[in-house]
Design a protein around this ligand. Sequence first.
Ligand code: ATP
Ligand code: BTN
Length: 238
Amino acid sequence: MSPVEDPEVRIIRLEEADSTNEYAKRIAQEVPEGTVVVASKQTAGRGRRGRSWASPEGGLWMSVILKPGKTDPRLVFVGAMAVVDVLDEFGIRAGIKWPNDVWAGGKKIAGILTEGRAGEYVVLGVGLNVNNPLPEGLWGSATSMLYLVGRKIPLEKVLGRLIFHLNAWYRVYRLRPDLLMVKVRERTFILGKSVEVFEDDSSFVGRAVDVLDDGSLLLDVGGELRRVVSGEVSLRPL
Ligand code: ATP
Ligand code: BTN
C-alpha cells in the first residue's frame, strides 16, 4: 500500500499497517525527527514483551520517530503525559499506570511502546482506544473514549491534539526532564497503593512509593525499599 504523505507535518497515513512501530523502524533512518506514522488499523499491533495489541478501525494507532541521541526509559512518559493531556481536553480524567499504560475509569485506555536503536532513533508508539470496538476478552480491563464520553469522538482531532502534546512534552523532556518527572509523579495513580510486581518468573507485592528522576519506580516491600526498572517488570494494582 502506498502511503499518503503530508510534506508539511510529515504524517504518513496508512490504511493498514502490520504495526506502526514496525513501519516507523523501517523508515526511521531516512526521515527527519518528528515524522509520524498513523494507520487506520494494524494487523499485528504489539504491546510490551511481544504481547498483542488489539487495533481495529476507529482507534488511534500511531508512532512518532524521535532522535534524542540516546535511548532513555523516560521517553515513554512523553507519550503517557501527551495522552493524559489529550484525554483531559475531552473531559476524561486519566492517570498513568507506571510505566507505559494510561488508565481512565479504572481501566486501560492507552498504551505506549518505545523501541529504539541506541544513538540513532527512538520510535514512540501510542495506541489509544477512541471509537474502536474492544475484543470481548478485554471488556473487564480496557475502555475507550467513546465509552467514557458516550459519543463518537473525531479521530482526526484526537490525532492533531496528540501530536501537539507530544511535541510539547518532548520539548520539556529535552530541556527539563526533571519537570517532566514532576508531572509524571502527579499523574501516576498507583503511588501510595499496593501493587503486584511481576518479574520474569516470579512476583511480589509492594507499595508504590515514588517514581524516581531516572524513571524507575520505588517500592516499599515489607519495610524495605526496592527500585524496579521499567523494561523488567509488569504491575497489577491490587
Ligand atoms: P504492563 O504494561 O504493566 O506490562 P499490561 O498487561 O498492560 O502490563 P502490556 O504489554 O503493556 O501489558 O500491554 C499489552 C496488553 O494490553 C495485552 O496483553 C492486552 O491484555 C492488553 N490490550 C491489548 N489490546 C488492547 C487495547 N486495544 N486496549 C487496552 N488493552 C489492550
Ligand atoms: C502496551 O500497552 O504494552 C503498549 C501498546 C502500544 C500500542 C501501540 S499502537 C501503535 C504502535 N504500534 C504497535 O504495534 N504498538 C504501538
